[in-house]
Write a protein that binds this ligand. Structure first.
Ligand code: AMP
Length: 147
C-alpha cells in the first residue's frame, strides 16, 4: 500500500499557492494517491445556497463575488486535473473547514502553506498552525518564501 492514499490540498489564491499546489500534486503522483482540493470562502458574505455552506460547482448563481471565486478555484483544480467530486468550495472559517473536509473524505495528508511567522503573528496563529494542531491526519507544511 502506498504511503498516502488521499491527499487534501488547501488553496488560498495567493501568489505562493503554486508552490503548495506543486508539492501536493507531485506527492499525489508519487504515491498514486487521490488528490482533493479545498478553498474556504472567508472574505465574502455567506452566499445564499441550497446546500448550506458547501458551494455547488455545477450551478451558476447571480452572486458575482462568488462566481469570481469559483472561477479561480476551478482554474486551479482544472490545471491539477482534480475530479469534480474532489473539489470542495466551502464558506466558513478556513482552519475549521479544512479539518472537517479532511475527516469527511478520509484524507491521510493535508498540504498547507506555512509562512515563517515570528512574534505576535505567531502568537495569533496561522492557518497552518491551527490545521496542524487539530487535524487527525498528517499535515505537510510547505514553507513559503515571505517577501
Ligand atoms: P495563512 O496562515 O492564512 O497565511 O495561510 C497559510 C496556508 O493555509 C495557505 O498557503 C493555504 O495552504 C492555507 N489557507 C489559508 N487560507 C485558506 C483558505 N481560505 N482556504 C483554504 N486554504 C487556506
Amino acid at each position: 500500500m502506498s504511503l498516502y492514499q488521499h491527499i487534501l490540498l488547501t488553496v488560498d489564491f495567493t501568489e505562493h499557492g503554486n508552490d503548495v499546489a506543486s508539492k501536493a500534486y507531485g506527492l499525489a503522483k508519487t504515491c498514486q494517491a487521490e488528490l482533493s482540493i479545498v478553498h474556504v470562502l472567508d472574505n465574502i458574505p455567506m452566499p445564499d445556497t441550497s446546500y448550506g455552506t458547501v458551494i455547488s460547482l455545477t450551478e451558476d448563481s447571480d452572486n458575482e463575488l462568488l462566481e469570481t471565486e469559483k472561477a479561480k478555484f476551478n482554474e486551479i483544480a482544472d490545471r491539477l486535473g482534480v475530479a469534480l467530486a474532489n473539489r470542495w468550495l466551502i464558506w466558513g472559517v478556513p482552519k475549521q473547514e479544512i479539518v472537517q473536509v479532511a475527516e469527511k473524505i478520509k484524507a491521510n495528508l493535508i498540504v498547507v502553506g506555512s509562512h515563517g511567522r515570528h512574534g505576535l503573528a505567531l502568537v495569533l496563529g496561522s492557518t497552518a498552525n491551527a490545521v496542524l494542531h487539530h487535524a487527525r491526519c498528517d499535515v505537510l507544511a510547505v514553507r513559503l518564501q515571505d517577501e
